[in-house]
Write a protein that binds this ligand. Sequence first.
Ligand code: GLA
Length: 393
Amino acid sequence: MADLQVLKQQFTDRYEASESEILVFFAPGRVNLIGEHTDYNGGYVFPAALTFGTTMLIRPRQDRLVGFASTNFKLHKQISIDELIYNEADDWMNYPKGIIVHLAKQGFELTRGYDLLFHGEIPNGAGLSSSASIEVVTAYGLLASEGYPTDTVKIALLAQKTENEFVGVNCGIMDQFAVANGKKDHAILLMCDTLEYDLVPFQSGSYKLVIGNTNKRRGLVDSAYNERRSQCEQAVKYLQAQFPDITLLGQITLEQFNAYKHLIPDETVRRRAQHVVEEIDRVLQSMKVLQENDLEAFGKLMVGSHNSLRDLYEVTGVELDTMVAEALKVPGVLGSRMTGAGFGGCTVSLVHEDSVRAFQYQVGKAYTEQTGLTPEFYVCDIGDGVKQIKEEL
Ligand code: GLA
């Protein structure tokens, strides 16, 4: 968490003096532990909120301007509430702009302008949901400042809609949901079709979750992501010959899929669907083994998930595969997998606390030798979802 005194100083340096109070809000990033590329198929996911994220300072204005500023980027602007449109040149500001537009569409019009200052700790483009974090903190902070209710499930849906319709990224609900509803020391078992969820205590004892950032920019991710989504939709169409009522792959069981997968003539589409139904099943198996505190079995499911994302869904790539393969060579590592959309970004590994330093050293060295890239590692604690920070400024 950033130093609030310093942030407040940056806020007052940037904006005109005002009598009004500065409020502070925070939304985390997220890591998905298992259940990848299942959210838009109406399946289960199992993400957790991180302890680092995006802090937003907010203060009302007397006019209808919104001030957008960030400690991470030079670009800052003041724009009228009535002139908020998507503009590529506005870069990161499109996220909070989109939130304001979508809040208004849902009847939560701002009654006045605001000055905003964002401070982000999540590396951009690393697959740890920096965009969901800024969207959710903006929605929560504005609703709270206007005196509207702050329902975190509705906020997640609004943030996803903003990402889909304003920013133009066709993501599922997982990231925004985890960022909005996470809880310290808990992972979230979320059924993405119905949005029913359970907060599951994540007790990993002497094991730590270690995130490895490949530092490989996620190049073709949007087009490949959309292609995977449409392949899943095609698979549903074929399977409707046997299951006329299904609209999403998550609505059939693994047994049903295996009995009727021959209805999918296209081999690639069949493999994509196979990943999805098996991955949903792996999430359910994870719940069972975690209840029995069997971390070793959970580690194996993580590896199964990675292999399937590599071989059936084909969203890993040499950097993620190298990092996972090297992680699994380190004694004390129970499991390792890519997390997020793939094609670069991060891995998550379950590492014995006594092996964490060796892990960072060995995996880092081998990864750099093989890819020429310098990775970063974050030993991760599970934190809370979006909230107001009330400490004295
Ligand atoms: C990205 C998307 C999520 C989800 C994951 C893959 O993070 O934003 O909605 O689809 O990829 O599991």
